[in-house]
Design a protein. Structure first.
Lengths: 166, 120
């Protein structure tokens, strides 16, 4: 799976955990990309995560196992914490296939307002910060497909500027 | 006793039904794309964005595109449902962006489901 697809999976976990806000941080340094996703939801039971990490069938957490495997396959790192309230995932990749972050975030369009996100993308070329709570203010109408396309375009454009071709 | 997975599946199904019922009131077509982990592994994000592209480029109004949890077995992922206002949802499987173009043209615009891609 691409990094953008892992992001969708992590955000779906946040929806399932009734999170109201997700902080997404992507940063690139040299040949490594790190992804951090923190939500303020109810967290996933550690027993569920441990089962999934052992490859056993679990209601949730298979996506975390895939992310851990992907990060480790690429010589990176993976860390997970969920202490009752909120969940934090950190993964570091080397030469990952990033996919398009704007395409991934668009998937949660109907959830914005119920579960919002703040995205921070950094590299040695600059910083890009985006907050879904400001979509109406910045783009006008929220609830139409044309606005979805504009937001996706802006996020993907920033990603290309920061990390090169995607 | 039902497992958490069963309860989550029921919750997603009920969510779809509630949204479809609401659509019938406001005359919107609703597209749901299944985004379970299995769907993601098989390209569900591309399929979701293909619906956005087709509906945007054709300037079609009154269509709402949403993600939902897993909609079927992994063998038929990616899966999406298309519900015209007041009609039962039609479930499509093994989707690709090219198939999405056909579905938007024939079903969303033309009102006729593309039977070749319909799954149970």
């Amino acid at each position: 799976m691409k990094l953008s697809e892992h992001l969708v999976d992590l955000m779906q976990n946040a929806v399932d955990a009734c999170a109201k806000h997700v902080l997404i941080m992507i940063s690139g340094a040299g040949d490594a990309i790190s992804l951090t996703v923190q939500d303020d939801g109810e967290g996933i039971k550690s027993s569920e995560v441990e089962k999934a990490m052992r490859g056993e069938k679990a209601p949730r957490g298979r996506g975390l196992l895939l992310l851990k495997e992907e990060a480790e396959r690429n010589g990176g790192k993976f860390a997970y914490s969920s202490a009752g309230k909120g969940t934090s995932i950190e993964a570091e990749f080397r030469f990952p296939e990033m996919g398009k972050i704007g395409d991934a975030l668009l998937v949660f369009w109907q959830e914005f307002g119920i579960m919002d996100f703040t995205l921070s993308m950094t590299s040695d070329k600059g910083v890009f910060v985006f907050d879904s709570r400001l979509i109406s203010e910045k783009y006008g109408r929220k609830d139409d497909v044309q606005t979805m396309v504009k937001v996706r375009k802006d996020v993907n454009y920033a990603q290309t500027n920061l990390y090169g071709g995607i | 006793m039902k497992s958490i997975a069963d309860i989550n599946a029921i919750r997603e199904q009920m969510r779809s039904k509630v949204l479809i019922r609401d659509n019938a009131k406001d005359g919107e077509t609703h597209v749901f794309v299944g985004m379970g982990t299995s769907g993601l592994e098989h390209g569900a994000v591309e399929v979701f964005n293909a619906f956005v592209d087709e509906i945007s480029s054709r300037c079609i109004k009154n269509v709402r595109i949403s993600r939902t949890g897993s909609l079927g077995k992994s063998e038929i992922e990616p899966v999406a449902e298309v519900a015209l206002p007041g009609e039962a949802p039609v479930r499509y499987g093994n989707l690709t962006p090219d198939k999405v173009k056909e579905i938007v043209e024939n079903h969303v615009v033309g009102g006729k489901p593309v039977s070749a891609y319909v799954v149970k």
